[in-house]
Write a protein that binds this ligand. Structure first.
Ligand code: NAI
Length: 364
């Protein structure tokens, strides 16, 4: 698999926050363990993040974890879903491994994920969607990178009731955010030897907002003559993704389309239990799976930990421990190819812990 983007290596920004300066580049010389904020999250979060941490420990990378609560767990404990100590920790470490956080439908506090991404300006959400060795899925050889703008669009959450029965929700698209995510996508493509960026939009209907997003992508594309660029309307792109996913390479999307399309893409490679993710900004990163809290299976010990384990591998890449990240990915492949230890979502009977233990045994 192509090495996922450590933003530092793409855009020249350093990897972590203040306390992590000078701690990376650990290969070949002794360096203090990097300090990383660890947020177990809600629902299946503690189960799958716990699995990811045991695998990281087993691969031999020392991390100084700063455990923090967020979301529903923090609300119960501290009366706030984003306690001050969480924000202080993220400011200090600049990097986190985070479990999913509960956001209630139609009520409750606003998404803490969206809040954290905005607060730390983690503008680029990157989700590698790659055929998982050993899994029997309708398509082989899928190798897509979903790059989603993370800070604006309808996710700005600006909504109000105009009159009883009439609600307005405002979609914000700016040239600044559209240009920087387009540049991120092209830089990513160039760095990882990818050939095609597809901007996905609905500019036939949202002529101004999605039109601006496209204009910015077109302008950026002109600076990258080595990478092909195309555009597709989101509905047609979804149809094409489920009929000919190999026609795509790097997908560039606004926030809402990116959220929806990345779950669709997860379905192409075995489901939400397999797709890792990362949110990158100029000054830090938060690593998290695509999947949510999975309330229907939370607490049963049967969540598939592979997405979280692969998210842990992305974190190791970012911390310049990419050899260890590669060993984890290879171990995951070995376990799934063997088809002996599988969680119920992929037809097995293994527990989350069984799967993590199998990955640890397969580490070379
Ligand atoms: P979900 O991803 O939690 O679950 C969708 C379906 O996939 C469920 O049937 C679930 O059992 C299954 N699934 C998810 N992860 C799995 C895993 N690791 N192993 C096996 N099966 C798995 O999405 P849903 O139900 O829409 O959201 C539940 C909650 O999660 C909501 O409060 C939502 O806001 C939150 N959420 C949080 C995210 C984050 O913190 N980054 C991302 C997505 C949702």
């Amino acid at each position: 698999m192509a090495k996922p983007a450590g933003l530092g290596s793409i855009n020249g920004a350093h990897h972590g926050g203040a306390n992590n300066k000078g701690r990376r580049g650990a290969r070949g010389r002794a360096a203090a363990a990097p300090r990383v904020t660890l947020i177990p999250g809600d629902g299946v979060g503690p189960e799958v993040i716990g699995a990811a941490v045991t695998v990281i420990e087993a691969v031999g990378v020392k991390i100084d974890w700063d455990r923090q609560l967020a979301g529903a767990a923090a609300l119960r404990r501290f009366g706030s879903p984003v306690p001050d100590q969480l924000i202080d920790s993220l400011k200090s470490t600049g990097v986190a491994l985070k479990g999913p956080l509960e956001t209630r439908v139609g009520a409750g506090y606003r998404s803490i994920n969206v809040y954290l991404r905005k607060l730390f300006d983690l503008y680029a959400n990157v989700r590698p969607v790659i055929t998982q060795a050993g899994l029997h899925t309708p398509f082989r050889g899928i190798d897509l990178i979903v790059i989603r703008e993370n800070t604006e669009d309808l996710y700005a959450g600006i909504e109000h009731q105009v009159a009883p029965g009439v609600v307005e929700s405002i979609k914000i698209i700016t040239a600044r955010a559209s240009t920087r995510i387009a540049r991120f996508a092209f830089d990513y493509a160039r760095k990882h030897g990818r050939r095609l960026v597809t901007a996905i939009h609905k500019a036939n209907i949202m002529k101004l907002s999605d039109g601006l997003f496209l204009k910015c992508a077109q302008r950026v594309a002109r600076d990258y003559s080595d990478i092909a660029y195309q555009e597709q309307i989101v509905d047609a792109a979804c149809m094409r993704l489920v009929t000919n996913p190999r026609a795509f390479d790097v997908l560039l999307l606004e926030n809402l389309y990116g959220d929806i399309v990345s779950d669709l893409c997860a379905g192409l490679v075995g489901g939400l239990g397999f797709v890792p993710g990362a949110n990158y900004g100029k000054r830090g990163a938060i690593f998290e799976t695509v999947h949510g809290t999975a309330p229907d299976i939370a607490g049963k010990g049967i969540a598939n930990p592979i997405a979280a384990i692969k998210t842990g591998a992305l974190l190791l890449d970012y911390l310049d421990h990419d050899r260890a990240g590669g060993r984890i990915r290879a171990a995951v492949d070995t376990v799934l190819r063997a088809e002996r230890t599988l969680t119920p979502d992929i037809g097995g009977k293994a527990s989350t812990g069984d799967m993590a233990a199998a990955v640890i045994r397969a580490l070379k």
